[in-house]
Design a protein around this ligand. Structure first.
Ligand SMILES: O=C(O)c1cc(=O)[nH]c(=O)n1[C@@H]1O[C@H](COP(=O)(O)O)[C@@H](O)[C@H]1O
Length: 284
């Protein structure tokens, strides 16, 4: 059996062909109501249908936030599965935003849920948190590697509440975010050139002082939420990630979805993100 092509390589190809932009899908109660849809699994399915129509093959990655599907119970999870299948069939990478983080044995079960052919989601990538230690996520990263997927671990989140914890100093003198960045870089180095199964979440809202964390990540891919509704813009990507453009997956959610429910307006909002994301990647 040939091993699956690593996420990093599939992303690079799509980012060049389409755009590196990652469209978030957060069908919150508020958005369902603004779109005139019922707060039910059926409303969720209609919401997703419009997004799939509007996105077509314009974006490299789609990132559904599991929470907004989980709140509808098993029927919501079926809608999530269908959405991911539909995007994957269109050649788009499906990144499941679940931010799981637990002890190693429990993480193994989460990893089996999200990664690998035959798993319930067969996600191309997923998000995790390392509050229980990066060591507890090693098997998750290994499973991502074996499945050609990428495990994105929160290093510096986009929200202001994360700063004091993530910048606090550990027993070895390194800040928490620095130690995590070193750990991800080391895992990627051991995985061989270009495989990069460990990615980092690095908010687009971060201050310049986080440039050092970016450097410590080596070649890791970076998912960069915070554009739009959280106040960051594409100019912040230039400020934070200059010289590392090819590693960045710019993502936005509410600033696109608020243009709905009209499919043409949604498509125009996607284009307003796709274009600057392309320019950023090309270094223009
Ligand atoms: O992993 C994420 O995508 C993420 C990490 C982070 O640090 N901050 C953050 O807002 N997100 C997610 O990004 C989405 C919100 O994006 P916006 O609507 O563009 O602000 C939510 O689904 C968040 O869970």
């Amino acid at each position: 059996m040939t091993s699956p092509q690593p996420f990093a390589q599939r992303f690079a190809r799509l980012a060049d062909e389409r755009s590196p932009f990652c469209l978030g899908v957060d069908p919150s109660r508020d958005l369902l109501s603004k779109w005139g849809l019922p707060d039910t699994a059926k409303g969720l399915a209609d919401f997703c249908e419009r997004i799939a129509e509007a996105a077509g093959e314009r974006v490299a990655v789609v990132k559904p936030q599991s929470a907004f599907f989980e709140r509808h119970g098993p029927e919501g999870l079926q809608v999530l599965q269908s959405l991911m299948k539909r995007f994957k069939a269109a050649g788009t990478l499906a990144l499941l935003d679940v931010k799981r983080g637990d002890i190693g044995s429990t993480m193994d079960a989460y990893a089996e849920t999200v990664f690998g052919a035959g798993s319930p989601y067969d996600a191309d990538a997923a998000t995790f948190t390392a509050y229980l230690g990066l060591g507890a996520l090693v098997k998750t990263m290994e499973r991502a590697r074996a499945s050609g997927a990428c495990a994105f671990i929160v290093v510096r989140s986009s929200n202001p509440e994360g700063t004091s914890l993530q910048t606090s100093t550990g027993a070895d003198g390194r800040r928490v975010a620095q130690a995590l960045a070193d750990g991800l870089r080391e895992f990627n180095e051991k995985s061989g050139p270009g495989v990069l199964p460990a990615g980092a979440v690095m908010g687009a809202t971060l201050p310049d002082s986080d440039r050092g964390v970016v450097e410590r990540l080596g070649g890791a891919l970076m998912l960069t939420p915070g554009i739009g509704a959280q106040g960051a813009g594409f100019d912040d990507l230039q400020r934070l990630f200059a010289g590392r453009e090819a590693q960045v997956i710019p993502t936005a959610t509410r600033s696109v979805l608020e243009a709905g429910p009209d499919v043409a307006s949604l498509r125009a909002a996607i284009e307003r993100h796709v274009e600057p994301a392309r320019r950023f990647r090309s270094g223009a």
